[in-house]
Design a protein around this ligand. Structure first.
Ligand code: C2G
Length: 133
């Protein structure tokens, strides 16, 4: 059977167990996992704030994980198809907070949405840490 390449995308800011689990489950769907880490500028455009950890730091964290084979910076959500083709991905995996949002790439690869890990989020962690004073 030929090697199956999985691709996923995310900011992965304030790295937490929900991130670990989605990456581990994505890796199980193939032989090689490629991760597009959202650029700082994309995050500002998408969420209206800069990430806590900058893109070089987030890239370093993600590339250090045993389940991850390759990383790159995702500059734009609209370029998803180009990233998928350039990295030879057979399947796009996203958390189900994105359910339906990337079905438009399904002519170039399979699209899978995985359930999110409940009760943990970067925003929640930032609020929690801020409240510690
Ligand atoms: N995630 C999860 N469970 C959580 C939190 C996050 O499964 N409790 C998943 C998300 O569904 C996503 C990945 O972890 O698949 C990364 O989450 P974010 O860093 O929030 O990613 P986001 O900013 O939504 O960027 O091209 C798409 C974007 O780059 C996705």
């Amino acid at each position: 059977m030929p090697n199956r390449t999985v691709i996923t995308f995310g900011t992965f800011d304030v790295f937490h167990v929900g991130h670990v689990r989605v990456l581990a489950r994505a890796a199980e769907l193939g032989d090689r996992l490629v991760v597009g880490v959202s650029a700082d500028a994309l995050n500002v455009a998408k969420k209206g704030r800069a990430p806590v950890f900058n893109q070089d730091e987030r890239l370093e964290i993600i590339s250090s994980l045993a389940v991850v084979d390759e990383v790159f910076i995702e500059e734009s959500l609209e370029r998803k198809k180009e990233y998928i083709v350039d990295h030879g991905a057979d399947v796009l995996v996203m958390g189900d907070d994105w359910a339906g949002k990337f079905d438009w790439v399904s002519d170039v690869c399979e699209v899978v949405y995985l359930p999110r890990t409940p009760s943990v989020s970067t925003t929640g962690l930032i609020e929690h840490i801020s409240s510690l004073g």
